[in-house]
Design a protein around this ligand. Structure first.
Ligand code: SF4
Length: 351
């Protein structure tokens, strides 16, 4: 298909069909950056309230840079991949410290910032600064693979390079912002992963996938990593008007968030036998046990049971609790803490 024809048609389509979204009404790189980072985590409908909340609480990059990590994680709660929230915070500080709060205005310079990869850098550079550089996300891979009949693996480096270079040949150099948003929106609303709307498509006559019935085979994506199942037993320890929680400080995705006393096992176990074997949990009384929750992360499936127990602490046990980083919080304080969404859901169902 003729390249100019492709970009002109997709921009025309976008002008008519685009959704009205707050980050489309601004050229402020800060707001565009916020929206892009949030939308990497979730779909527009779910991401919109998060964007509004972040933009309201931190109207400028200076406000975000000044916030505490706990405040940022609390607002991010529910989006998952908490490292992105920490990177967001770190990047805001970097922009304030090194650039006096002004975003660098080129793709190459933006890519050097913490947590900003080629995708986000291209989005900011093209939308806020009008630089002609293509954004390539999952939607773009899908649209290009189908329209041009490309069977390169989008997970491979070779595939990524190929699509990036093709998108840069197609981009409308006078309207890079519109082109990038158009192709992403077209993938999100029209050329859907399942049941693309081929019959009413502006490319139906030219699209290779439609002509050769390859919609379900394109884009090509090599197999995902095997998902590992882990078993978590969370002991919710009630003691004298409070519940013990601790802030995770290991190098994992939940770093900085609060959870309960955790015993991880290699398979299903009876909580009583875990309590018998764990010196810290002896002499406690079980109040209730939850059902098993299944929580899916990118490469892990967590099977989680919560066990509410009551325990009176000896002086020695209090000192062990302190060493383990466990602190007592009231229900009101717990509501304010940043927590993995799994913990939050449990608390909402079991106030
Ligand atoms: S014809 Fe179908 S597969 Fe091709 S671009 Fe349109 S919606 Fe996508």
């Amino acid at each position: 298909m003729n390249k100019i024809f492709f970009s002109k048609r997709i921009i025309d389509w976008y002008q008519i069909n685009q959704r009205s979204l707050p980050w489309r009404k601004t050229r402020d790189p800060y707001k565009i950056w916020l929206s892009e980072i949030i939308l990497q985590q979730t779909r527009v409908a779910q991401g919109l309230p998060y964007f509004k909340e972040f933009a309201k609480t931190f109207p400028a990059v200076f406000d975000l840079a000044k916030a505490s990590e706990q405040q940022v994680l609390r607002l991010w709660q529910g989006l998952g991949y908490y490292s992105r929230a920490r990177n967001l915070h770190r990047c805001a500080k970097e922009i304030v410290k090194n650039f006096n709060g002004k975003f660098p205005d080129s793709f190459e310079e933006l890519k050097k910032l913490h947590g900003i990869g080629p995708y986000t850098a291209a989005a900011i550079a093209s939308i806020a600064f009008h630089e002609s550089v293509a954004v390539v996300d999952g939607n773009v891979f899908r649209v290009l693979a189908r329209v041009f009949g490309i069977d390169k693996d989008i997970v491979s480096d070779e595939g990524k390079k190929y699509f990036f270079s093709l998108a840069n040949e197609l981009i409308d150099k006078n309207q890079p912002d519109l082109f990038n948003q158009a192709i992403m929106e077209f993938g999100a609303l029209h050329c859907l992963p399942k049941n693309p709307k081929c019959e009413e498509c502006i490319f139906s006559k030219n699209c290779e996938a439609n002509q050769r019935n390859l919609q379900n085979l394109l884009p090509v994506k090599s197999k995902k990593l095997k998902v590992k199942t882990r078993y978590f037993y969370y002991f919710v320890i009630h003691s004298k008007n409070g519940i013990l929680m601790h802030q995770r400080n290991g190098k994992d995705i939940w770093r900085g968030l609060y959870d309960f006393y955790l015993v991880e096992t290699s398979g299903k176990q009876k909580p009583e036998s875990l309590m018998k074997d764990d010196k810290f949990l002896t002499k406690s009384v079980t109040i209730r046990e939850s059902k098993i929750f299944t929580h899916i992360l990118s490469h892990q499936k967590l099977k989680v049971k919560f066990v509410d127990i009551e325990k009176a602490f000896s002086k020695k046990e209090e000192s062990i609790a302190r060493k383990l980083g466990l602190k007592k919080f009231t229900a009101k304080q717990i509501a304010e803490l940043p927590k993995p969404i799994l913990i939050d859901r449990f608390l909402t169902r079991n106030p």
